[in-house]
Design a protein. Structure first.
Length: 201
């Protein structure tokens, strides 16, 4: 608020007294605006969490049962918590906007044309701080995404099942049979062995 006081002291001692008498309202406007910007950042963060399907730390819930149904319920509950937080934040944003509008009208009537300078000074300072908050939230979202999203795993290179160290060339059927491994049970019986078994019986 130093630039505002320096600007207003040039108007004379009468204006300086008004500054001292109404500085509380200006501070109230600035604090309300700061809360509104913080509310915007929280809404942005929660919307991005829903879009990226990541769970922030405040929404994490533990369910002792490890069954698939319990995991599904846990996943659903955590996202419901984020959606409820967004509803609360939008209600808070509406209340702050209403209060800010009333303070704006009051201060505009009190200060007249000077209020536009005061307002620009407050907004410039708050927007600079809010930009830093957005950068921090983007970094946090990136970190949560890396931790929680299951990226496709690297494909493993498997060794061939048959390594032919001889000079013999196997046919495709022989290679297919050898690839089945040593535990494969060879079928020595013919296809029509059931008919022969019936005749023999």
């Amino acid at each position: 608020m130093v630039p505002i006081l320096l600007y207003l002291t040039q108007q004379g001692m009468s204006q300086l007294k008004i500054v001292n008498a109404n500085s509380g309202r200006i501070h109230e406007y600035e604090n309300t605006k700061r809360k509104l910007y913080q509310c915007y950042t929280r809404i942005y963060f929660n919307k991005q969490c829903l879009r990226k399907k990541v769970i922030p730390s405040y929404a994490k819930m533990k369910i002792p049962n490890t069954s698939p149904a319990a995991k599904f319920t846990q996943h659903k509950t955590q996202f419901l918590r984020i959606k409820d937080e967004l509803k609360y934040l939008h209600m808070k944003k509406q209340q702050l906007n209403t209060k800010l509008y009333q303070l704006h009208l009051l201060l505009a009537n009190t200060w007249g044309n000077t209020w536009q300078y005061i307002k620009r000074t407050i907004n410039g300072k708050l927007e600079k701080g809010t930009k830093t908050i957005y950068q921090t939230l983007d970094h946090k979202l990136h970190k949560l995404t890396l931790e929680q999203i299951n990226f496709p795993k690297a494909h493993h290179t498997f060794y061939p099942r048959i390594v032919n160290n001889t000079d013999i060339t196997f046919s495709s059927k022989e290679t297919e049979l050898l690839e089945k491994g040593p535990k494969y049970n060879l079928h020595n019986k013919k296809k029509n062995w059931l008919m022969n078994l019936a005749l023999e019986a």
